[in-house]
Ligand binder design. Structure first.
Ligand code: URA
Length: 210
């Protein structure tokens, strides 16, 4: 993947995202849509996954057929909203290794505070896809990528649902080597660090909390 920023304009993605943005969309439907959209976004972000071959037998003859080398992929969910993207992708690539980074946003400073980190081994040998639905200020995304790099990761992609111009600029400045894949680039951030027009708090909408 060579572009720093990829906007997935597929009509199914855009339609589902519009449903997710609507404030009357229920928690159950929001979660289902996030799962569906994550699989469509996964198609884009996994475009260059490595393949190996496996000797198989068709009803006609033997052949060396391409299969995913799923052990070479690590998915890292940035808690808690990242789990909404993680589940769908994991259905598509069940043998991927999975890590979690827990960061919460200090309400006053909007700066990320780490409370959990559990990552697969040998990150240097894997394509690492970090997932978080919202790239807002970019503070927590940059901090999560810092952690992944400190753990040895060198080939990292960042997958989100919505991005703000501020978040994209911050990521590009801090981690120009990490391509971003997203379904939308929204207008701005409000004074609380929420994406405008956005969809509200992704974690609250996924889990029905407030
Ligand atoms: N996190 C969210 O869940 N929503 C935003 O708009 C920004 C950060």
């Amino acid at each position: 993947m060579t572009d720093h920023f990829t906007l997935v304009r597929h009509p199914l993605v855009q339609h589902k995202l519009t449903l997710m943005r609507q404030k009357e969309t229920s928690t159950a439907l929001f979660r289902q849509l996030l799962r569906e959209i994550s699989q469509l976004l996964a198609y884009e972000v996994t475009r260059t996954l490595t393949l190996t071959t496996q000797r198989i037998e068709t009803p006609i003859c033997e052949m060396d057929a391409p299969v995913l080398d799923g052990r070479k992929l690590a998915l890292v969910s940035i808690l808690r909203a990242g789990n909404g993207l993680l589940d769908g992708i994991l259905e598509l690539v069940p043998s991927a290794r999975v890590g979690f980074v827990g960061l919460y946003r200090d309400e006053k400073t909007l700066k990320p505070v780490q409370y959990y980190c559990k990552l697969p081994e040998k990150l240097d040998e894997r394509l690492v896809i970090a997932v978080d639905p919202m790239l807002a200020t970019g503070n927590s995304s940059v901090a999560a990528i810092d952690l992944l790099k400190a753990a040895g990761a060198t080939d990292i992609r960042f997958l989100c649902l919505l991005a703000s111009p501020e978040g994209v600029a911050r990521m590009k400045e801090a981690h120009p080597d990490v391509p971003i894949v997203t379904a939308a680039l929204d207008d701005s951030l409000d004074e609380n660090g929420y994406i405008v027009p956005g969809l509200g708090d992704a974690g609250d909408r996924m889990f029905g909390t407030k």
